[in-house]
Design a binder for this molecule. Structure first.
Ligand SMILES: [Zn+2]
Length: 424
């Protein structure tokens, strides 16, 4: 079977055909396969800008090389003499070809090939496995992601989740926005920072092409977020028909932080009083859910419960708070919440009191949870974990751009260009 036959089977470039296919070897190391491409007889060229059939203006004298999917780890290049066309709208302009675009010398197939491997391997591993550079892998993934963002539909989104992640040490955050609808959960946006502008930028893009009451943000029914004021403000401004919910995951996060603060204060106090450091190595005991404790941790915890420590009281209050989410009615949940807050205030534990103040300030938003029937319980948390996993795996990236691309590729459920053949 000729290579040409295979190339014809795996591609479908209607008005083009393959010419000579040859194996070239330079020295001992460098070898590659080249395949010439020719326009079919009467195959008219199209404008690369608008895609309309146009008369040919001239043809390049030298062939341009396009990198295709390697065969047996031998690089494959297409050689094609680009034409220029006279477009009524775009004047003399280079023609459009189905395997590439613009000045990029990678074929679309090659980009998709690399990008799909990049879902399983790190970018540097892909570069190493397929004899290419990190930059080419990066550009391939970026191209596929950009294509997907351009072709995705943002209509019909009803529930949003807003979360923040720390992207680097220090105060470097990103705001992440998810769609949380039943049957369709995906990452919708990533914006630098966690200020009002960050979320505003997202909504402005989200609303693009819609106006007035038809704006997409006005069709949102539920938004799940943290108590972060900047977010609450922007959600109120854009999602005027939505119920804003403080989700369980974030509330629990704040409560866990309060317990951890209490632990730190206790550790310091024990040290100051010259007492035995009984809280040593206890940090994770208080951070974990009780059912996830190891046997040793559980043993240590039951030992600590015997001491009259503030962190123990805070911890027990935290566990007690879990009951809040079990209520079916907002009314009874509200009663429980108020009682719980009174008890926490009486404890005189500063970090817990701080937490109570935050809850009281957002009582209404907290109780919205029951009106949403537990929407998103776990969805934002699930995404948060996946984001952490993805960013850890993609250790090669350094810029915000790269982070954005990695996360969109992993969690954006983006559409991809369709091909005749699957190369990966
Ligand atoms: Zn044109």
């Amino acid at each position: 079977m000729l290579l040409k036959t295979i190339l014809n089977l795996v591609t479908n470039y209607k008005s083009f055909r393959f010419g000579r296919v040859s194996f070239e070897k330079k020295g001992t190391a460098e070898q590659y396969i080249t395949a010439e491409i020719k326009p079919r007889k009467n195959g008219k060229a199209v404008c690369s800008e608008c895609g309309k059939l146009c008369p040919t203006y001239d043809t390049a004298r030298e062939a341009r090389r396009f990198e295709f999917v390697p065969l047996w780890n031998i690089p494959v290049y297409f050689l094609y003499m680009m034409r220029r066309v006279t477009c009524p709208e775009h004047n003399v302009i280079v023609e459009g070809v189905p395997w590439g675009d613009g000045k990029c010398t990678q074929t679309i197939e090659h980009r998709q090939f690399l990008a799909n491997w990049a879902k399983r391997l790190s970018w540097s591993e892909v570069a190493e496995c397929f004899n290419t550079t990190y930059g080419k892998v990066f550009r391939a993934v970026k191209w596929i992601v950009d294509w997907g963002l351009e072709h995705r539909s943002l209509d019909g989104v009803e529930s949003l989740g807003v979360d923040e992640i720390q992207i680097r040490k220090g105060h470097h955050y990103a705001t992440l926005i998810y769609q949380l609808d039943k049957g369709f959960k995906r990452l919708l946006g990533i914006e630098e920072g966690r200020k009002e502008e960050s979320l505003q930028r997202f909504f402005d893009k989200f609303n693009e092409g819609t106006a007035g009451e038809e704006q997409r943000s006005k069709k949102i029914k539920f938004v799940c977020s943290d108590m972060w004021k900047a977010y609450l403000n922007v959600i109120g401004e854009y999602c005027t028909n939505a119920l804003n919910i403080l989700d369980r995951f974030h509330v629990k996060g704040h409560l866990t932080d309060a317990v951890n603060e209490t632990r730190k204060e206790d550790v310091a106090k024990l040290k100051k009083d010259g007492r035995e450091p009984i809280l040593k190595k206890s940090k994770y005991i208080f951070l974990k859910n009780p059912e996830n404790l190891t046997d040793t941790q559980a043993e240590k915890l039951s030992e600590l419960v015997g001491y009259n420590l503030r962190v123990i009281r805070a911890y027990l209050m935290k566990e007690d708070f879990e009951r809040f989410w079990e209520y079916k009615s907002a009314y009874w949940a509200g009663r429980f919440l108020d009682d719980w807050c009174v008890r926490a205030m009486r404890s005189k534990i500063e970090p817990m009191k701080k937490f109570v103040k935050m809850l009281r300030k957002h009582r209404e938003l907290l109780l919205n949870w029951f009106k949403s029937k537990g929407l998103s319980s776990g969805a934002v948390e699930g995404f948060n974990n996946k984001v952490k996993l993805t960013t850890r795996k993609a250790y090669g990236f350094r810029t915000f751009d790269a982070l954005e691309i990695v996360l969109f590729q992993a969690l954006g459920k983006l559409p991809e260009p369709k091909f005749t053949h699957r190369f990966w």
